[in-house]
Design a protein around this ligand. Structure first.
Ligand code: HEC
Length: 111
């Protein structure tokens, strides 16, 4: 009985630790996201593009972008993102020019 009780206490403590970690984690993650977004295009991509182009650029409702750098130049990428194309929405009003530039620079390297 006492052993069982101890197990439950341990279980409870483990849960609390997990919740605390998760809580801390998401808080720190928020900050990390902000810091990282200075240089890393991934948060931008995830927020704006992933729903149509997939988590690893593999494509979904939008085309695969894994080799887009060999199809389009950085300038063409900027144009596509800024003005849209076909069913691709334009991001000229939603993203800052430097954010579009960052995404285009990153995608231009996907060869
Ligand atoms: C609502 C869905 C959707 C979202 C969101 C979206 N795209 Fe697209 N994207 C498309 C579709 C559909 C096409 C194909 C357009 C066409 O050729 O008619 C496309 C095409 C493209 C192309 C050109 C591909 C080619 O082969 O010519 C690039 C580059 C691109 N998207 C990048 C992005 C980036 C970067 C973002 C985020 C800022 C983004 N897309 C967000 C749907 C989307």
């Amino acid at each position: 009985m006492s052993r069982l009780k101890q197990k439950w206490v341990q279980f409870g403590a483990a849960c609390a630790a997990v919740v605390m970690l998760a809580g801390c984690g998401s808080g720190a993650g928020g900050n990390a996201d902000k810091q990282v977004s200075e240089s890393d295009p991934m948060p931008l991509y995830k927020r704006n593009c992933m729903s149509c182009h997939g988590g690893s650029l593999q494509g979904s409702s939008g085309p695969n972008l894994q080799k887009i750098g060999s199809a389009l130049t950085k300038d063409q990428l900027i144009e596509t993102i800024r003005d849209g194309k076909g069913r691709m929405p334009s991001f000229g009003k939603r993203l800052k020019p430097e954010e579009i530039d960052k995404l285009a620079t990153w995608l231009a390297e996907k060869k």
